[in-house]
Structures are given as structure tokens and as C-alpha cells.
Design a protein around this ligand. Structure first.
Ligand SMILES: *Cc1c(COP(=O)(O)O)cnc(C)c1O
Length: 357
């Protein structure tokens, strides 16, 4: 049995892959694969509508939010957000918590004035800056955060709340993993390839109110209004990725929805963190209070020992445990689709490795 701890594209539920393979050549006796179907066909309309309905149901998305299925990854959102929304005072606030906010800041800076109101760069992004110590700018067009920092293994526990300034969150690696109150956010975006489905799809959940401030004259494809007006069917959407996302969402609903998944995710993450806290060999790379339940980062403290761990783990069928090149060590990405058994096997292996070294 192989378990894939890849940070992204991440593992998908085997049940979903099996279903997709059954329907691959002939979708619902249409004689066609979903990949071959017109995005205007009634088959695909149903796939698209069902995916949106499931997402709305699972996340309890209020009616005053639009759900968009876009392309270009989370990375294109780094540019689309300022282009569409940093338009009132041409200023925004960022809490800088790693490589992904770094890239988002760079894009926003090309279009206006970015104020980095807090940063955890001083400690290699091993924590989230304490929210109550941050001074936010009242005249910022929005505040942007990265909800879960995939590379460092940190996540927000408390959210910044400022009634006056819209909150935007990159949830690429945490969406659908825990309960959230969508109404605390004004825009949520996520590349699909971590917790929603295959790469190629980007989900954007945007409060309708924000659409009013989009200026005229931005390129059609980069204007959120285009995708709202055309229900994400302005041009050919990533049809197969949307279909796969629908299967994942159906699976998630069957698993008991987000609260059941949150409970399971905590259980999985705590298995590894508990071992780490009682280990003389393994150390966590994220500060305890901000530990991610999706990406668990750790190290033995020795580069050679880490390499040995990663190589031996792969031989046992525990794949892609290497940390991001910028911080090294190990990273176990344990997204929704990682079964408890996969984490149990990893923990058993870690114990064995510790005994032998
Ligand atoms: C993976 C990731 C991204 C980049 O996503 P792309 O879809 O490759 O552009 C951005 N933010 C976070 C938090 C991520 O985990």
C-alpha cells in the first residue's frame, strides 16, 4: 500500500479515483467522456451546478456570495485580487507568513501600495504574528492573509477581524479541512490541487458587495464580473477538474461533511504531533500554537538523517515526505484524502526509525 504525502497536487480519495475510472470512457451512458463533452451540454451543466451546490452546502456559503470556478491557480488570484479590488484607496494590508504571501505581496505592489502590517520572517515563518498586537490600516482596501502556510506548516487560530476592511484569505491548503464561517471573509480563494481535486481549477468565493468596486477597463478574463455574469462559463472552463472536484465533494459529504472531516484531521495531525513531542529525535518546525493540521513539518536536526528518513520511508511506501527546498526537513501533507491508516503507518515508521537511529 502506497501513501502519498505530497503537498500538491495532493492525494485524492481512492474511492473518487475508482469512480472516475469507471466513468472515464462513458459518462452516464452518454457514450462520451466528460473530457470530450461540450461545456454547454446539459451533462456538463449538471456537473457544474452540482459541484457549486455541494460546495455551498458543505461550506454553508451565504447567498450574498458568488462561487467561481476559474483557472490560473492561486497564483493568478495574487494578481486578480489587487487588479479588481485594490481600487478605492489603492492600498492594502498583508500579514506576511511565508513564500505564498511573499508572492502575493509582489503582485499587489505592482498595482498599489502594500503595507506589511506584520511578518513572521524573523523566525523563518514558524509562527503566525499575534493578531491583537497588529495595527491595521483603516483605509486599506482589504487585508490579505494566507490561512494555512503549506510550506512551513503553520495556520491561523484566531482571525483578524476589522469590520471596516474586507478580509481576503488564501485557503489553498486548508479549504474544506475545518469548519469556517464564510461570512468572516470577503473573498476566499484556493487552488484545487490540495484539498478539492486535480490541478487546473481555482475556486473563488467572493462577497457580491465587493464586485461593485471593480473598475472598468481591465481585461475581460481577469474581471471577476465576467465570471459571475457567465456562471464561470465565459470560456471553456477546466471541465474535467470541475467534474473531479464534484466527485471529491460528494465523497466529503458522504464522510460526514466538514465537521466530521475536521475531527478526523485533528486526530491524524495529533498522532504525528504527539509522537514528535515525546521524541528525542524528531522536532517540529512550527511553533506549537500555530501548528497546521494539513501540513506537518519536522526534522531530526541533521540533514543527513533527514535524507535517510525520507529514503527509507519511500521504501516502505510512504512517499513524498521531503520538506520544501526552502526549509528542508520533512513535511507530511495530510489533506482530507489521506486516510487515518496512512498516518498510522507513518507514525509506526517514525517510531521504528527512532529506535534504530
Ligand atoms: C500551492 C499554493 C499556492 C499556489 O497555488 P497554484 O495553484 O500553484 O498557483 C498558493 N498558496 C498556497 C497557500 C498554496 O498552498
Amino acid at each position: 500500500m502506497i501513501y502519498n504525502f505530497s503537498p500538491g497536487p495532493g492525494t485524492l480519495p481512492s474511492e473518487v479515483l475508482k469512480k472516475a475510472s469507471e466513468e472515464m470512457v462513458d459518462f452516464k451512458e452518454s457514450g462520451m467522456s466528460v473530457m470530450e463533452m461540450s461545456h454547454r451540454s446539459s451533462y456538463f451543466q449538471e456537473i457544474r451546478d452540482e459541484a457549486e451546490e455541494l460546495l455551498r452546502e458543505l461550506l454553508e456559503i451565504p447567498q450574498d456570495y458568488e462561487v467561481l470556478f476559474l483557472q490560473g491557480g492561486a497564483s493568478l488570484q495574487f494578481a486578480m485580487i489587487p487588479m479588481n479590488l485594490m481600487t478605492v484607496n489603492k492600498k492594502c494590508d498583508f500579514i506576511h507568513t511565508g513564500a505564498w504571501t511573499g508572492k502575493a505581496i509582489k503582485e499587489a505592489e505592482s498595482m498599489g501600495s502594500v503595507s506589511m502590517v506584520a511578518s513572521s520572517e524573523d523566525a523563518s515563518f514558524s509562527y503566525i504574528p499575534p493578531i491583537d498586537e497588529i495595527k491595521f490600516n483603516e483605509d486599506a482596501d482589504y487585508l490579505q492573509i494566507c490561512h494555512n502556510n503549506t510550506i512551513y506548516g503553520t495556520k491561523y487560530i484566531d482571525l483578524p477581524s476589522n469590520e471596516k476592511v474586507p478580509l481576503i484569505a488564501d485557503m489553498s491548503s486548508s479549504i474544506l479541512s475545518e469548519r469556517i464561517d464564510v461570512s468572516n471573509f470577503d473573498l476566499i480563494f484556493a487552488g484545487a490541487q490540495k484539498n478539492i481535486g486535480p490541478a487546473g481549477l481555482t475556486v473563488v468565493i467572493i462577497k457580491k458587495e465587493l464586485l461593485k468596486r471593480i473598475p472598468r477597463g481591465i481585461p475581460t478574463m481577469l474581471d471577476y464580473r465576467t465570471h459571475v455574469e457567465h456562471r464561470s462559463l465565459f470560456n471553456t472552463p477546466p471541465t474535467y477538474s470541475i467534474y473531479m472536484a464534484g466527485l471529491v465533494l460528494k465523497w466529503l459529504k458522504k464522510m460526514g461533511g466538514i465537521s466530521a472531516m475536521e475531527e478526523l484531521n485533528l486526530k491524524k495531525a495529533n498522532l504525528i504531533y504527539d509522537l514528535m513531542d515525546n521524541s528525542w529525535l524528531f522536532n517540529g518546525l512550527a511553533l506549537r500554537a500555530y501548528r497546521s493540521t494539513m501540513n506537518v513539518t519536522f526534522t531530526t536536526g541533521s540533514e543527513n538523517m533527514d535524507k535517510k528518513f525520507i529514503a527509507q520511508a519511500a521504501k516502505e511506501g510512504l512517499m513524498t515526505l521531503n520538506g520544501h527546498k526552502s526549509i528542508g526537513g520533512m513535511r507530511a501533507s495530510i489533506y482530507n484524502a489521506m486516510p487515518l491508516q496512512g498516518v498510522e503507518k507513518l507514525v509506526e515508521f517514525m517510531k521504528k526509525f527512532e529506535r534504530e537511529n
